[in-house]
Design a protein around this ligand. Structure first.
Ligand code: FAD
Length: 422
């Protein structure tokens, strides 16, 4: 492929934005197709928890989690739920989800692959943000896991041992050290784990938008159009089809997050991809909250101080991507937030709270689909990043550029193969 070759990136979420950044670095001509405003609320990249958690190497499921399946159906407001009417359609994905984490050796293999994608991610994001003129959006304050006690932390000891095997280190905090670090936190949390290599993004939506603007200043074209498919002739890509006509190109990147399954099929690969819907609530005008972005193991939420306000994010709801949101879930997140930081005012005005629902593009094994399509090697898969799409986008973008330029990718892509579900 020559340097002047043209890559069309379908979707301008954080994966598309990071891919554009690195394709331009590689000297490729770039067009992004996106029907909405990049980084706006339709994208999962808008409202996530901002964690640049290079230690997030474990798949979402774990051995023995199958015992919880009845509660996923029975409790529609639990931290993980499946909508009844969607259950039959989600079943094949759910079976794979449980199987992928059936044993610890399986989880170790996933962790090893994810670590290759995530190692060094905070530094890679710092570089991209600085180049795009928004370096202040990336914070390097580390990340905190809060537990009710050391015993609760030890319940998850196997998972932390797998992290240690991958070279991840952390600092353990007793109740006194935790209270010193986080004076606003409910004192019932008596144990903490601080992971110093990590970071966070103070406004993921603005970060995505800034990367797209930066790509435009470097010559990329942003086409406000919904892509509909490919024109592939004799196994060779000719164009990406959009509602505004076709865009001639040499390579195409599928980066439409939760909407990627149909594009993958058009490129010859039948992937297992579901929407794990999540929610956030942002409280503005308060000066109470965490110094360090914090994940709570018991209620399964993350609290991050964003530029817009204090964001609490979490919940997993397996449902049709466009089914109506269950806003009660965002209210539950808000209630958790008020309980976690007791000094927060109880009399919040309605205009002080913003809520959002987003769609994690999730494979059952927690590994994204990354690699060349089997039906046409000019098409590149770059989706399915689930719970870790923000943090993993930086290296994903580098790999997309390497594939688009015909170079050998910097990590082994076999665990991420889009053909692994067939
Ligand atoms: C509550 C919550 C918390 C999270 N917290 C974190 C976190 O702390 N850290 C982390 O790393 N990850 C987190 N994630 C996951 C992360 O947000 C996602 O994995 C990531 O944003 C996915 O990025 P994406 O670019 O693949 O998809 P998206 O951001 O959804 O972008 C896809 C884009 O494609 C566009 N599109 C759709 N259809 C078409 C089409 N036909 N043609 C052209 N464009 C199209 C859409 O408009 C959209 O802009 C969280 C997710 C949620 C929901």
């Amino acid at each position: 492929m020559s340097k002047a070759d043209h890559v069309v990136i379908i979707g301008a979420g954080i994966i598309g934005a990071a891919s554009a950044f690195h394709c331009l670095d590689a000297g490729l001509q770039v067009t992004l197709t996106e029907p909405e405003t990049p980084g706006a609320s339709q994208a999962s990249s808008y409202g996530n928890a901002g964690w640049l958690s290079s230690h997030s190497v474990l798949p979402p499921a774990s051995p023995g989690i199958w015992r919880q399946v009845p509660s996923w159906l029975a409790d529609p407001l639990g931290p993980l739920s499946v909508r009844w009417r969607y259950f039959p359609r989600a079943l094949p994905w759910l079976v794979r989800y449980l199987a992928a984490a059936w044993t610890y050796p399986k989880i170790e293999r996933t962790a090893h692959a994810l670590r290759s994608l995530l190692a060094g991610a905070p530094e890679l994001h710092q570089h991209m943000a600085q180049q795009a003129g928004v370096g202040e959006l990336i914070a390097r304050s580390g990340l905190l896991h809060a537990f009710l006690s050391r015993e609760h932390f030890l319940l998850d000891a196997k998972a932390w041992a797998i992290r240690r095997k991958e070279g991840i280190t952390w600092q353990e905090l007793d109740a006194v050290a935790l209270a010193k670090l986080e004076p606003d936190l409910d004192p019932k949390y008596a144990f903490g784990v601080f992971v110093g290599e990590t970071g966070s993004c103070r406004n993921p939506g603005d970060y995505t938008a800034a990367l797209i603007r930066h790509a435009q200043t470097r010559g990329a074209t942003l086409l406000h159009a919904r892509a509909t498919g490919f024109r592939i002739e004799n196994g060779s890509l000719k164009a990406v089809l959009t509602e505004s006509g076709e865009v001639l190109c040499d390579k195409a990147v599928i980066a439409v997050g939760a909407r990627s399954k149909a594009f993958a099929a058009m490129a010859g690969d039948h992937v297992s991809l579901e929407t794990e819907r999540g929610y956030h609530a942002v409280v503005t005008g308060v000066d109470v909250g965490p110094r360090v972005p914090t994940m709570f193991a018991d209620c399964k939420v993350i609290v991050t101080q964003m530029n817009q306000g204090l964001r609490v994010a979490g919940q997993v709801e397996i449902a049709e991507a466009d089914d109506t949101p269950n806003w009660r879930r965002a209210e539950i997140l808000r209630d958790h937030l008020l309980a976690l930081y007791p000094a927060l005012p109880r009399d919040l005005a309605p205009e002080q709270i913003q809520i959002w629902m987003g769609r994690r593009p999730s494979t059952p094994d927690g590994l994204p689909c990354l690699g060349l399509a089997s039906g046409c090697t000019d098409v590149i898969h770059a989706y399915g990043h689930g719970h870790i799409g923000l943090v993993s986008s930086a290296r994903t973008g580098r790999i997309v550029a390497q594939l688009a330029a015909g170079h050998t990718p910097e990590i082994d892509l076999s665990p991420f193969s889009p053909t692994r579900f067939s």
